[in-house]
Design a protein. Sequence first.
Length: 336
Amino acid sequence: MKVNLLGQTLVQLQELCAQEGFPRFTAKQLCDWLYRKRVDSIDAMTNLSLAQRARLNELAYIGRETPVRCQVSKDGTKKYLFEVGDRAFVEAVYIPEEERATLCVSCQVGCKMGCRFCVTGQQGFHGNLSAGDILNQLFSIPEFEQLTNVVFMGMGEPMDNLDAVLAATEVLTAPWGLGWSPKRITVSTVGILPGLKRFLDESQCHLAVSLHNPVAQERQQMMPVQKAYPLNEVLALLRQYNWSGQRRLSFEYTMFRGLNDDQAHAAKLVEALKGLDCRVNLIRFHESPEAPYKTSLPSTIAAFQNYLNRNGIICTLRASRGQDIDAACGLLAGKE
Ligand code: SF4
């Protein structure tokens, strides 16, 4: 099977070059073509010899795939659909704002986590994306040059496909790759402990933990992962790391009417996060026919936010973007 060059790290390309008897510096040249110049064909790598290009064409390809569809929201958000493999689809969402432009990328086709409020989770799991599939979501959209930030908050659970996610973030941040600051990248998780520990040790990117309910039994009803990896163990792990430096910790908290949005929940949340240098992002739940939940009233959301802010936790309400094209949080379905 041919190797997808897109998503290969410098070390992997050095191994490939060694195996083919190419000079060691060829790996750096490959990085330059793949990640700086972002060519989409091996033949465009003009400082490689013709023999090298011919050999590379035999054993590798550049997995650049243009999106099969783009939907544009009235607020400027764009949802791109990519085909990965055989009739499998994932989505990426481009979110332009005044001073930044963020791409929300997917890391799996579907998801195993089965969060009850999430359209992706209701579809089950259909496979992992490779690092190349993840990077292609950035490289193959016309807005690539405008991107200031990337968030791994699309379809899938990043800690359940961590090798690919770490390889993709390495390409984005390494000097031989795109050279981005890790501060431009946020990786989300529901809290898969083994993956999370490895991520915290090996990456400097920001972390966003999907919390959604501070009460264990209630959280478990919404997020089955709570059973295997309880929130208190996740928080205990997070407390072992330093969050007052460059790397930022945030908690995502979707507001469900009558389920997790009253002052008792706000108080429990404050208690749970006590002493952790973090912020909380509230998200309005986007109702969908597949999920049996309602969104909280604006006044309830404001009261919840005020309670957290008054009690020393920076709390913001995330603007809903792209709701008219089902691009908002929890609505990505990858439907063709
Ligand atoms: Fe998976 Fe995230 Fe959806 Fe949960 S919210 S099912 S982790 S995609």
